[in-house]
Structures are given as C-alpha cells and as structure tokens.
Design a protein around this ligand. Structure first.
Ligand code: ATP
Length: 200
C-alpha cells in the first residue's frame, strides 16, 4: 500500500515523514527524485542541455536551476516541454523506489510530495494524507525556518493550491496546529489504521 503525503509549504510533511519512519515506515521524497533525474549523466539533463545549450549548465556540467527556472517561468510552452521530459522519468523512478522498499518488507510506504495533486502523483497512491495547518501558521513557520519575510512567505502560500482544495481531495488529514507530540499521536493512530488496511 502506498500513502501519498502532501501539504503546503511548511505544513509539516518532513516532520510527519520522520514520525512515520520512527514507527518503521519508510518514505520516498518526490523532490529528491526530481533532483536525481537531472543529475549529470541522466538522459533528462542531456535533453535539457540539447534544447537550451550551455546557459543551463554550470561549469562542472550540473544543471543551472536558476537559469532553467527563468526560461520556463517566462514561457508556458517551455514549461510543458520540460515537464514532458522530467515527469515520466520522475514517476518511473518513484515507482522503482517504492517497489524496492516494499520488497524489503515495509508494512506500507509513503510518497511525500508537495505537488502530489498538482502533478497527478496521487494516481500512484492508494490513499492521500494531507497535512493541514491554517495559512497564518504556514506563513509563520516558513518565515522562522527559511530566510524569508512575512510578505514573501505569504506570496509562496498564495501561489500554491488552496487549502480547501487540498482538503477536499484528502482521504485522511493530520491537523498540525499543535505540538510535535500531538502530531506524533495522530501519526501513531493513522499507522495502526494503515497497517490494518495494508493487510486486509
Ligand atoms: P516544505 O514544504 O517547505 O518542505 P514541510 O511541509 O516538509 O516543508 P517541515 O519542514 O516538516 O514542513 O516543517 C516546517 C517547519 O515547521 C519546520 O521548521 C518544523 O520544525 C516546524 N514544525 C513542523 N511541525 C511543527 C509542530 N507541530 N510544532 C512546531 N513546529 C513545527
């Protein structure tokens, strides 16, 4: 069984993943996989460099993310092209990672992805778990963790999927407004249910 875990910026996805891991449940991080598929030597990077040339590469041959981001930010068609190159490879590799973890004996596995719904990665999951906090708390936790001010944090939150839409697509919800101990208790309860579901 695959449980997709998502939530907005600083909602607590990584914290939740660590709490499940403490109970013996492993996870695959979709952001890590997205970085893996454009590492030097990967076919996706060769295609990207073939289309845009040296300007999207650093001196050491690795991807210049900022340069690529500027290109696709300015051009919807280029963004679609980039997604057509990266998304299938990300998906393939996520599946491979999840299958390996399951073969190694995991009771069930988590796919942690900030864009679970937006990139249709939810199709890979049997259930979707949304980490929910009010936007004011997201903004406060983003500003205190990252080097951004309130206005920047607010802009990031505003650019993401609305909280109501995410919640409407959830099978399960963790309310992460409380302490980390509250969070751990909710994770333990869900873990019991997921273990039952995974064996039934
Ligand atoms: P991102 O989308 O940016 O990767 P995330 O959803 O993975 O973030 P975390 O990194 O887990 O979120 O949490 C964001 C910040 O909020 C971290 O600094 C974390 O320590 C803090 N945090 C998470 N949960 C709680 C909590 N219940 N109480 C207090 N602080 C918390």
């Amino acid at each position: 069984m695959i449980v997709g875990v998502t939530g907005g910026i600083a909602s607590g996805k990584s914290t939740v993943a660590r709490a499940f891991a403490a109970l013996g449940v492993p996870w695959v991080d979709a952001d890590d996989v997205a970085r893996e598929v454009v590492e030097p030597g990967e076919p996706a990077l060769t295609e990207i460099a073939g289309r845009y040339g040296e300007r999207v590469l650093q001196a050491d041959g690795s991807l210049n993310r900022r340069a690529l981001r500027e290109i696709v930010f300015a051009d919807e068609g280029e963004r679609r092209w980039l997604e057509s190159v990266t998304h299938p490879r990300i998906r393939q590799r996520i599946v491979a990672h999840l299958e390996r973890l399951q073969a190694e004996g995991a009771p069930y596995v988590l796919l942690v992805s900030p864009l679970l719904f937006e990139s249709s990665q939810s199709e890979m999951a049997d259930r979707c778990l949304v980490i929910d906090v009010p936007e004011s708390l997201q903004i406060a936790r983003t500003a205190s963790r990252d080097d951004v001010d309130d206005a920047q944090a607010r802009a990031i939150v505003a650019a993401q999927m609305p909280r109501s839409e995410r919640l409407a697509r959830a099978d399960d919800v963790i309310d992460n407004t409380g302490s980390e101990a509250d969070l751990a208790a909710q994770v333990a309860e869900l873990d019991r249910r997921y273990r039952e579901l995974a064996t039934s």
